[in-house]
Design a protein around this ligand. Structure first.
Ligand SMILES: [Zn+2]
Length: 340
């Protein structure tokens, strides 16, 4: 089950950022997109929806008229609304409903495959259909942007599984983690902006601490099992949101060392400020519309505002993961206020 590819064509390197929502994936993608020859493309998992809706790209143009995505759309002769709905249906077939407890059926499949060596839980024809179309999208993006590395902030390991089936790309994974208490607190807020369509804001639904931490644990477990142990050492790296924000230079240089030693983190100043140029991220946190020189700051409002019982529930539910990610053994990051 593979998408077609021409062996003579160089493979496109794709970095997939995986992890739970509200972990800072849009920020990380935006930052990595500042590196010369690297390009942030946003949450391509939702590309079909965005093409259908003609929503707003990170560059503030509508997707259909954006200089990047407009060309991608034009390069596909048969992108009818019916075809896009078909692809959305194929993508949604990977999910488990209701949302909240599980990030995707393929994530369950990944675990099952990892521990039993069997294949189950998904429809191969749907995966094949998505892999074929996404393979074309990544190849066209490499041509249109002239970039050798694309950064996909989809977060979903289900999406990662589909990408693993595309022979024309070299897939790398950055597993971005964030303190489960901070993630749960962020999900507990009302009216958190999700995106803007036709000038109208869309908001995330609120989640209980139990639902958001269950999702956090599940999604992080799936992210850890995306690559087999054979490929894991060269294709997978895990970073913490808190380290990214407190030590952006050291964290980005660590990523560069693993993926492209010729790259430079020159967008990060000596004072650790980051210079974020506008991007073409097709979907993701509305923070993708912000640009300019900024000093990154941690949103750790949860430390003072989260009810104690919710903090305790989050710790109990996430304990093995949080311990493994070093949250109980490293110094606390400095307190700041920006939200993700
Ligand atoms: Zn754009």
């Amino acid at each position: 089950m593979t998408a077609s590819s021409n062996e003579l064509e160089p493979k496109v390197k794709v970095i997939l950022i995986t992890g739970a929502g509200r972990s800072g994936s849009t920020l990380l993608g935006h930052m990595l997109g500042q590196i010369s020859n690297w390009f942030a493309i946003g949450e391509v998992f939702f590309l079909w929806d965005r093409l259908l809706e003609n929503s707003t790209c990170g560059c503030s143009e509508l997707v259909h008229t954006c200089p990047v995505w407009g060309q991608i759309k034009a390069s596909f002769k048969n992108v009818s609304d019916a075809n896009l709905r078909n692809l959305i249906e194929a993508r949604d077939s990977l999910k488990v409903q209701p949302q909240g407890l599980a990030g995707g059926k393929i994530q369950l499949h990944n675990l099952w495959r990892r521990f039993t060596g069997k294949r189950a839980f998904f429809k191969p024809e749907q995966v094949r259909k998505l892999a074929e179309q996404l393979g074309k999208v990544y190849q066209q993006l490499a041509v249109v942007t002239g970039s050798k590395i694309l950064i996909d902030t989809s977060k979903s390991s289900a999406h990662g599984y589909v990408l693993q089936q595309i022979q024309s790309i070299d897939l790398y994974q950055i597993h971005l983690v964030r303190d489960a208490r901070a993630v749960a607190y962020s999900w507990s807020k009302k009216d958190k902006l999700y995106d803007v369509l036709d000038g109208k804001p869309r908001h995330f639904p609120k989640r209980s601490t139990f639902a958001s931490v269950a999702d956090w644990a599940w999604v992080n477990l799936a992210a850890q099992t995306l690559f087999s142990s054979r490929l894991r050492s060269e294709r997978y790296q895990r970073i913490r949101y808190e380290d990214l924000v407190c030590s952006p230079r050291r964290t980005v240089q660590g990523i560069i060392r693993r993926i492209d030693v010729t790259a430079s983190a020159s967008f990060i100043g000596d004072d650790e400020s980051v210079n974020l140029e506008p991007n073409h991220m097709v979907a993701g946190n509305p923070s993708r519309f912000s640009s300019g020189v900024t000093h990154l700051t941690i949103d750790d409002e949860w430390r003072t505002n989260m009810p104690l019982q919710d903090k305790m529930l989050a710790v109990v539910m996430s304990f093995p993961w949080m311990l493994g990610y070093g949250y109980f053994s490293r110094p606390k990051p400095v307190a700041h206020k920006e939200e993700y």
